[in-house]
Design a protein around this ligand. Structure first.
Ligand code: BEZ
Length: 327
């Protein structure tokens, strides 16, 4: 599918008016929640540099990492009013507003980071992005991701029973809350940058996290047990405010779309390339490691599927696509 054509269709109501707009120099603002050393943040900076160069210095992008502009819910509001131009957002916040995106969090939908990246590059995943302009007023230009989700805990988790009653940190969104509730854990929504202190002061017993964040934010200093479960993928989406998009010339839209898509692709390949080495590095730490698969969570998965198959009808198509990619 031609993504540019799709996006142009998605804003069809204003496309004709916009074609008459001439390019105007802009200083865009891009917000994200990850710390400056995270790959999302460094690729956001690299996108800013590429856009500046490719627009012959006409456009610039100021990048605000580490939640400087607020949490993702607040950033989505700013994007909707046009107070913020662009963002790299976890799909978490989008799935709170468009439940169909919850399908991307189906437990064991994908087998690992390579499979996740392939699914996110598929036309089926691109179809989800087409829901964004009408349903949240944002234009989604492509996906990034982090590595697969794991569970780091203060006490060992050797069976689903060990999760019962544990206060377990989650990123604030519904599909993951429902998954952990079904395991018997007590989900505690906390933004990424509050997790270290919450683990250190015992506010939570365990965290849902990816290898990369465990390493760069040093969560392993505060918990000794790791359940390598690879139970969910964790996509990100690069977005532009729909209001801002409508003000841009067709040439500027094309430039922003191709440039952002290139840097989002760098995020996908970056996590594909880092995953094995990060797992190896984590296995070298002094952690008690247990491995889990879909069987480990079978009851919780059945409960999750029963409620999300209905809330997120795209689940079926994504599952079929994931299966095709396995062959
Ligand atoms: C998290 O909430 O766990 C998270 C968010 C963004 C990047 C990595 C992890």
């Amino acid at each position: 599918m031609n993504r540019l054509k799709t996006l142009t269709l998605a804003v069809a109501a204003t496309a004709l008016a916009a074609t008459s707009l001439t390019a105007q120099a802009r200083d865009f603002r891009l917000g994200l929640i990850t710390p400056p050393q995270h790959l999302w943040s460094t690729e956001a900076e690299a996108f800013a540099e590429s856009l500046h160069e490719r627009s012959d210095g006409e456009h610039s992008v100021s990048v605000y990492p580490a939640q400087q502009l607020g949490n993702e819910a607040q950033m989505v509001q700013q994007l909707q009013t046009g107070a913020l131009d662009m963002a790299f957002l976890t799909i978490a916040e989008i799935s709170n507003r468009i439940p169909d995106f919850g399908a991307l969090y189906a437990p064991y939908l994908v087998d690992g980071v390579d499979h996740a990246a392939e699914l996110l590059r598929s036309d089926t995943a691109a179809e989800l992005l087409e829901l964004m302009p009408a349903e949240v007023g944002l234009v989604g230009l492509g996906y990034g991701m982090v590595g697969m989700r794991q569970v780091l805990s203060r006490a060992p988790i050797e069976s689903q029973d060990d999760m019962r009653g544990k206060r377990l940190r989650i990123t604030p969104f519904d599909p993951i809350r429902d998954f952990y509730t079904a395991t018997g854990a007590s989900p505690a929504p906390l933004p990424l940058l509050e997790v270290y202190d919450a683990l250190a002061n015992g506010q939570v017993d365990a965290i849902d996290m990816d290898f990369d964040s465990i390493l760069i934010l040093k969560f392993h200093e505060q918990a000794d047990n790791l359940l390598i479960s690879n139970h969910m993928m964790f996509p990100m989406v690069g977005v532009v405010s729909g209001r801002v998009w409508r003000e841009l010339s067709v040439e500027d839209r094309e430039l922003i779309e191709t440039t952002m898509a290139e840097h989002l692709e760098n995020v996908l390949t970056g996590f594909q390339e880092m995953d094995a080495a990060q797992e190896e590095e984590i296995r070298q730490l002094d952690l008690n490691i247990v491995e889990a698969d879909a069987e480990f969570f079978s009851e919780a998965i059945a409960e999750w599927e029963a409620s999300w198959a209905e809330k997120a009808p795209m689940l079926e198509a994504l599952r079929e696509e994931a299966e095709r990619l396995r062959q």
